[in-house]
Design a protein around this ligand. Structure first.
Ligand code: ATP
Ligand code: MG
Length: 418
């Protein structure tokens, strides 16, 4: 028996409806705010992610699915969407369109991680990116989109955490302060964080190990080291979040894992799903487009993890499971009746109804059992006698009422279905 790869999942009927509910909510909120869908390849040249996501990140160093193609090119399955979207924006000349450019996507992503609840090797993201606007209003537009989306799902216990990690002009000084602080305690840090001290000290702030997070608690805060421009930007952001009545906490430990972030970073964190609790993360990445060979074009984006949202829905949401149902099921006896039923179903489907008839060759009794199983709202039974008389028994399965249907009069049959 061949099984699915570790860390992947089959999403079966009964469960897939929850995913559709989330995806529909994403599409609806994007439409309202003028975000349009972009689709892009599942794999890209590895160097796009090395340059776009960053060589010092866990994602690029340890988690990518990389393969060498027949012509020797190194490709990787996308571990996230932002680098690909930025590549597509440059390659298709969208960077020269009217700004802002507002895009969204719903994609599968691949990361070679240790599978556990809320962490998979193939997982799904709903993401949005906003290019060509550097104001705090743009940040709030995007955060509000994520907030609308989560509110539409009606999942409770999700909190917004925001922070500013400064820009290339104020971050070096902050990094120095941070390295100084952590160096004095470096032998207590976990092994990964001891390395991070040299490569990516900001990441120590969001290390999940209890010892590191305890040490990080008293570390210098980014918000105390912002340059006047970054500080004004952050104040502008908070004022507008207040204006939209979006609740938030300023959290100096939000730094985000990927290298490309500047100024605003944020996460929506769920209280109900255990350790893998960030359901949506994002931030501003003003240098990214240039870094991968494009023009100077600012951007801000987020990605929400759909798997984790499905997990949090188990603790209450606006999703209520409606059973799929069929307007009419036609049970048949004999070849001629089956042909007639096929004809009626085909006509009803053209008119927009849902209709099914037996295609397995079941007995009449088994067909009626099946009609119940698929939640048929109405049934019609056709045999040789009905064909001869042109009349058949129609039954409303919800209230049990029976009536006579004329097989030659489709309009009357439609009236019964209404
Ligand atoms: P984490 O700290 O949980 O590893 P991350 O910082 O690596 O998250 P991002 O790259 O920001 O995550 O991805 C955005 C969102 O995608 C996350 O907030 C999370 O909801 C989801 N996500 C990331 N990695 C996985 C995974 N392996 N399995 C399921 N969902 C994931
Ligand atoms: Mg991660």
């Amino acid at each position: 028996m061949i099984q699915k790869p570790r860390g992947t999942m089959d999403i079966l009927p009964g469960e897939s409806e929850k995913w559709q509910f989330i995806e529909n909510a994403a599409r609806n909120v994007c439409k309202k705010r003028g975000f349009n869908e972009i689709r892009f390849p599942t794999f890209e040249e590895t160097q796009l992610f090395q340059r776009g996501v960053g060589n010092t990140t866990d994602v690029v160093q340890k988690e990518m699915y990389t393969f060498i193609d027949r012509d020797g090119t190194s490709y990787s399955l996308r571990p996230e969407g932002t680098a690909s979207v930025s590549r597509a924006v440059i390659e298709n000349g969208l960077a020269y369109d009217t700004m802002p450019l507002k895009l969204f996507y719903i994609i599968n992503c691949f990361r070679h991680e240790r599978p556990q609840a809320g962490r998979y090797r193939e997982f799904y993201q709903f993401g949005a990116e906003l290019f060509g606007a550097t104001t705090p209003s743009a940040d709030v537009e995007l955060i509000a989109l994520a907030n609308d989306f989560l509110k539409t799902l009606g999942i409770t216990g999700i909190k917004l955490h925001v922070n500013s990690i400064g820009c290339p002009s104020c971050r070096p000084a902050y990094k120095n302060a941070l390295v100084k602080y952590f160096s004095s305690k470096s032998n207590e840090l976990c092994e990964t964080c001891q390395n991070r001290l040299n490569t990516n000290p900001l990441r120590i702030l969001d290390c999940k190990s209890p010892v590191c997070s305890k040490i990080a608690f008293d570390a210098p805060k980014t918000t105390d080291h912002l340059c006047p421009e970054c500080s004004a930007h952050f104040e502008g952001l908070k004022a507008r979040l207040d204006a939209c009545q979006i609740e938030y906490t300023v959290d100096p430990h939000i730094v985000r894992g990927l290298d490309y972030y500047t100024r605003t970073v944020f996460e929506f964190i769920s209280e109900n799903i255990g350790a893998q609790s960030t359901v949506c993360g994002g931030g501003r990445y003003d240098g990214l487009v240039e870094q991968i060979g494009g023009p100077a074009l600012s951007g801000i984006g987020f990605a929400a993890g759909i798997n984790r949202l499905v997990l949090s829905m188990e603790n209450g949401s606006k999703y209520n499971q409606k059973k799929n149902s069929v307007d009419l099921y036609i049970a048949t006896l004999g070849e001629a009746a089956s042909v007639k039923a096929t004809e009626i179903c085909s006509e009803l489907l053209k008119k927009g109804y849902s209709a099914e008839t037996d295609i397995v060759g079941r007995s009449l009794k088994a067909q009626m059992k099946y009609a119940n199983k698929i939640n048929a709202k109405n049934t019609l039974i056709i045999g040789d006698g009905e064909l001869e008389s042109g009349k058949a028994q129609f039954r409303n399965m919800e209230n049990g009422e029976q009536s006579e249907a004329l097989l030659s009069d489709l309009e009357k049959l439609e009236n019964l279905l209404k």
